[in-house]
Design a protein around this ligand. Structure first.
Ligand code: SF4
Length: 436
């Protein structure tokens, strides 16, 4: 290893909600890039390769290079002048930055929302309504002998979920690892995850709720009409077999993804999973966990919940937090043309929001904090280049099972962290409000 190369052991990959904290990173300090990421999956390696320090301005105002101080001043002015500012994103940054974002929204009587509203928001609604029988991924690794994935494709979206937590690892009560587990995959199509499963069940699109409710009925010993197959594509015999496996396992886990939460039924689907798991606990030990996408989206749910009492889609315009998905979720607000300024933190809504929402984003002043140029930063009035969390910026993140992890950085960045920029905007906003 040369003088300019260091090895950072046990760093955390922040690309997806698995937050694998066993990365051994080889860092070229002269080139300011990670040249090798031992233990990273294909997505993790791409994440590290894409986050070398580039020679970019720290801030832009209307596309013209500016100092961080000038950009902070401009951002604060935009937010103070707005009648209905919104703050959105939050899921690809540290909890410390998220805390500043919520504090800013609270002070400004703004709207704060996270990417949860476009992924597992329905799960959040279902957790409140039905309750959650949950566990850590460590518990799953050590105990689960029946693993069910519903509406997700972890082989492509979370490549190390199988190998690190749920399918192949040997655990205290499953010493033979894969041989000790039965894996079931339920989805509307055959994906790259299907070969991993012992049993693959194909459900007709839009009928997950019906299948889950029929499983509930069977767990409770009720009769289900065989015509359910015509409606859902799943034979009654397959359902009966699955129910027997679920009732007779020692420790079952139900992982569910956006194939369940973002399709017909949404929070009813997530609620049906939670209710089914509750029913199964009359027979054995069963837990359920959503499979979360962005690195710290679970942290965003936690921070917004601690500070407002609600997980996403929170409005402070009356001076106290109100939660109403559909009314205070960002896609809906923008599509109705309601916001008059936006601060976007570590997110790129211009790439994935519906056209009407993006059109409104183009009409209003936008402030963006992101380590990379994005479609949203291109339309921004003020764009900050910030340090990448987990590579250049330290802090706390929450794994998808709500376990907090402290980040170990690889090398410093010339750019400030999201937390530093938001702390400065918070201070400047307070100064401007006092002056007025
Ligand atoms: S599974 Fe996710 S967190 Fe783990 S290395 Fe791959 S991308 Fe990173």
């Amino acid at each position: 290893m040369s003088d300019n190369t260091i090895l950072v052991k046990n760093s955390t990959c922040t690309f997806c909600g698995c937050l694998c904290d066993d990365m051994d990173l080889t860092v070229d300090l002269e080139q300011k890039r990670i040249t090798k990421a031992k233990n990273a999956c294909i997505l993790g390696r791409a994440w590290y390769a894409n986050h070398a320090i580039e020679d970019r301005p720290a801030a832009l105002i209307d596309g013209v290079e500016a100092s961080v101080e000038q950009a902070v001043e401009e951002a604060a002015r935009i937010l103070v002048d707005a009648r209905f500012p919104i703050i959105y994103g939050l899921s690809d940054t540290t909890c410390e930055a998220q805390k500043q974002a919520v504090a800013l929204a609270d002070y400004l009587k703004a709207n704060v929302d996270t990417t949860t509203s476009v992924c597992h928001g329905p799960s959040g609604v279902a957790f409140q309504g039905v309750g959650e029988s949950t566990a850590t991924l460590g518990e799953v690794k050590n105990r689960a002998d029946l693993v069910i994935y519903w509406g997700g494709n972890p082989a492509e979206s979370h490549p190390r979920h199988f190998t690190r937590y749920s399918v192949t690892p040997k655990g205290m009560f499953v010493p033979e690892g894969r041989k000790d587990r039965t894996v079931v995959l339920v989805d509307v199509r055959t994906t790259k995850s299907a070969p991993v499963a012992d049993i693959f069940i194909k459900v007709k699109p839009g009928t997950d709720f019906e299948v889950l409710w029929a499983l509930r009925a069977l767990v409770k010993g009720r009769r289900v009409d065989p015509s359910i197959e015509g409606r859902t594509g799943v034979p009654l015999s397959t359902m009966t077999d699955l129910v027997e496996r679920m009732k007779n396992c020692r420790y079952g886990v139900f992982f569910f993804g956006m194939g369940l939460t973002m399709t017909r039924g949404r929070h009813f689907n997530a609620g049906a999973v939670l209710a089914l798991v509750t029913d199964l606990n009359h027979h054995t030990h069963f837990v359920t966990l959503p499979v979360r996408g962005h690195g710290n989206v679970t942290g965003a749910d936690n921070v917004v919940s601690w500070q407002t009492g609600f997980p996403f889609g929170v409005n402070f315009s009356r001076g106290y937090p109100r939660f109403n998905p559909g009314e205070f979720t960002t896609v809906d607000l923008l599509a109705r043309g309601e916001a008059d300024a936006a601060l976007i933190l570590a997110s790129d809504p211009a790439s994935n929001f519906p056209r009407k929402a993006v059109e409104h984003l183009r009409r209003i002043p936008v402030i963006v904090l992101d380590p990379k140029p994005t479609n949203t930063s291109e339309l921004a009035r003020v764009a900050f280049t910030t340090a990448t969390y987990g590579i250049n910026a330290p802090g706390t993140v929450y794994r998808m099972d709500n376990v907090p992890i402290t980040l170990r950085t690889a090398f410093p960045s010339p750019h400030p962290s999201d937390e530093a920029v938001l702390t400065a905007i918070n201070a400047k906003v307070r100064q401007l409000v006092k002056k007025n």
